[in-house]
Design a protein around this ligand. Structure first.
Ligand SMILES: Nc1ncnc2c1ncn2[C@@H]1O[C@H](COP(=O)(O)OP(=O)(O)OP(=O)(O)O)[C@@H](O)[C@H]1O
Ligand SMILES: [Mg+2]
Length: 498
């Protein structure tokens, strides 16, 4: 199967022929051009997945050409071929919108890896467009992105339950998209052109909540100078979405139960019964079942709300959605900030995939927005990601700079360093060493306690300390009892690759 079409623009015959042989053998379709002008002409004639462009062409300056091509086709992947791959050159290339650059003479493996990554990035952007269309055809939820089994199951359920009037309880950690799903249910229901009223019960003071929900009559309380409709009346024929339902107090719970059962209520201080037709959706990031068990939430209300339950899995359980969400948010924030298209380098993307996202989609959204706002050129690297994403909690409290450990991939700045990158074994040793040293610091250099916390025999910890060369000088001022050890500052340095 063909892996993509590539346009090679280089004035040296030897290079053109070499690349043609290499790329053809790797199942790419290759087209050659000898001059900048000829290259531009080929681009007019047919679409390509990627362009390999020599910066020093006799008739055109490659960097100027880069800018010109970018204007015409913002999505074409371009890798620059340069003879003097300096950092300045790299900066100029990225700024001009190249995905990557490569220096003559290059390693074929490295070049193929770079090309594959660039084409993969483009494929992902296209997949997103395609998926958007497919999701739209199947579900018509333009604001929801996802291709994981778990997310598609949620959307199936949403489609099924939307047309009914049943109450739905949406559960899921913070930032998993509970409000997005509530809106989708409303939008796919017959009530779509009536009101959707979200109400965050947690953020409204207890004594205000009831008058907000049910309204009040004039004189019901001191500040009630006029009668007022409550949200239940406003939402008649539509949908009310109770966000953070677990926060409502016992009295409001009782009244809410009555509205759900009887579809009627009274304004505060009023005597007249008001009938409404309102669909109720509720969300909670706390486990309501547990609150029922501990007596903080009425069991009968729970069952009334929980007629249909939709659980939104945390993002870490559907990581295959991350690349699509990233592309979606990149598009959105580039547009919002008036910036040309941006993409993450493979290293940055890997960090985004590895991170556990305790704040789920909202946290991912914020990370992408931050990167876009701070970015100065097309390709965005790990340094634009928040500290929390770049570091990773391996043992509770021990954070490691993952980016610091990852050997640069071919094509990344740093990969052409003369120092060979550390091997996986060296990296793992360093990680192990840092965790042990960190634990020893926490236990005040008490090896017995550290071994206990690691749940390994003391003798095993001893062996590791020796093997990893952790210095075990007695720490000045360390409390007596237990073998006191210290390690020199110098051993904390990352020594692999030095
Ligand atoms: N499947 C999705 N596709 C695209 N964007 C999403 C998706 N799910 C959530 N989002 C976005 O993530 C953010 C958080 O979603 P939302 O507010 O619905 O989460 P939540 O579960 O209600 O969070 P909280 O518990 O903190 O109120 C929103 O900006 C939303 O647009
Ligand atoms: Mg919410």
């Amino acid at each position: 199967m063909l892996r993509g079409s590539i346009l090679v623009v280089d004035d040296e015959l030897e290079i053109r022929e070499g690349l043609e042989a290499l790329l053809t053998s790797e199942s790419f379709e290759v087209t050659l051009a000898e001059t900048g002008q000829a290259g531009l002409q080929k681009l007019e004639d047919q679409p390509f997945d990627l362009m390999l462009l020599d910066v020093s062409l006799p008739d055109r300056n490659g960097l100027d050409m880069l800018r010109e091509i970018r204007l015409r086709d913002p999505h074409l992947s371009i890798i620059l071929i340069t003879a003097y791959g300096s950092i300045d050159m790299a900066r100029a290339a990225f700024k001009g919108g190249a995905q990557d650059y490569i220096t003559k003479p290059w390693s074929n493996d490295e070049l193929i890896a770079q090309i594959s990554m660039a084409i993969e990035g483009r494929r992902l952007r296209e997949e997103n467009v395609h998926l958007k269309r497919a999701l739209k055809q199947r579900y018509n939820f333009p604001n929801i992105v996802g291709k994981s089994e778990k997310m598609l199951a949620v959307l199936d359920l949403v489609t099924q339950v939307a047309p009914s009037r049943s109450t739905v309880l949406i559960s899921g950690e913070s930032g998993t998209g509970k409000e997005v799903i509530a809106k989708a249910i409303h939008a796919a229901s017959t009530r779509t052109d009536k009101a959707f009223i979200p109400i965050n019960t947690g953020s409204i003071p207890v004594d205000l909540l009831e008058s907000q929900l049910f309204g009040h009559v004039k004189g019901a309380f001191t500040s009630a100078v006029a009668s007022k409709k409550g949200l239940f009346e406003v939402a008649d024929q539509g949908t009310i979405f109770f966000d953070e339902i677990s926060t409502i107090g016992p009295e409001t719970q009782a009244k809410l139960l009555r509205v759900i059962q009887e579809r009627e209520f009274m304004r505060l201080g009023g005597t007249e019964t008001i009938k409404v037709d309102v669909r109720i959706l509720a969300a909670s990031n706390e486990d309501l079942r547990k609150l029922v068990q501990s007596g903080r939430f009425r069991e009968d209300l729970f069952h009334r709300l929980n007629v249909i339950s939709i659980h939104l899995p945390p993002l870490r359980e559907r990581k295959e959605d991350i690349p699509l969400l990233v592309v979606r948010f990149l598009e959105q924030f580039c547009k919002d900030n008036g910036k040309p298209p941006r993409s993450f380098t493979p290293t940055a993307m890997k960090l985004l995939m590895d991170y556990d996202w305790p704040g789920n989609i909202r946290e991912l959204e914020n990370a992408v927005e931050r990167a876009v706002v701070l970015s100065t050129h097309e390709s965005m690297d790990a340094d634009l990601l928040p500290e929390s994403v770049r570091t990773r909690e391996i043992v509770r409290g021990v954070r490691l700079q993952l980016a610091e450990f990852l050997p640069p991939l071919p094509g990344e700045i740093g990969s052409r360093n003369s120092v060979p990158p550390p091997s996986l074994f060296e990296i793992l040793e360093e990680v192990e060493r840092r965790i042990i040293v960190d634990m020893l610091e926490r236990t005040n250099w008490n090896q017995t306690e550290a071994a206990e916390r690691f749940q390994i025999p003391l003798s095993t910890l001893n062996q590791k300390i020796k093997r990893l060369g952790i210095e075990t000088r007695r720490r000045p001022g360390a409390p007596r009892g237990g073998p006191g050890i210290a390690y020199g500052e110098d051993t904390a340095e990352f020594s692999a690759g030095k």
